[in-house]
Write a protein that binds this ligand. Structure first.
Ligand SMILES: CC(C)(COP(=O)(O)OP(=O)(O)OC[C@H]1O[C@@H](n2cnc3c(N)ncnc32)[C@H](O)[C@@H]1OP(=O)(O)O)[C@@H](O)C(=O)NCCC(=O)NCCS
Length: 66
């Protein structure tokens, strides 16, 4: 299944179960995932310094469903 489709299905399920916010996290320089998430309406919410064990920062991308 294409990643975009998988995320859409997961989002639909989360919304059905009452989620008011959906958050994805990825390495700050992961252009492919940041572009994919951005194209689906996610916005960069926070940058977490050295979030990963490899020392890289993370972006938390969020959609508010309210
Ligand atoms: C991120 C990832 C899952 C996208 O996979 P994919 O098979 O291209 O996903 P889909 O076909 O569902 O979506 C394609 C969209 O992803 C984005 N995208 C994919 N590759 C891209 C690239 N090299 N540069 C920029 N955007 C890219 C675009 O938004 C693209 O849409 P478009 O084709 O209309 O331009 C894939 O690159 C991957 O597996 N990366 C390694 C693992 C990873 O980073 N996982 C996410 C960790 S948070």
């Amino acid at each position: 299944m294409a990643p975009r489709k998988l995320i859409e299905l997961a989002m639909r399920d989360m919304i059905t179960h009452g989620a008011d916010e959906i958050v994805l996290e990825t390495e700050y320089d992961n252009l492919a995932s940041l572009t994919l998430y951005g194209s689906m309406g996610f916005i960069k919410d926070r940058r977490l310094y050295r979030f990963y064990l490899n020392g890289k920062d993370a972006y938390f991308d969020a959609i508010d469903n309210e």
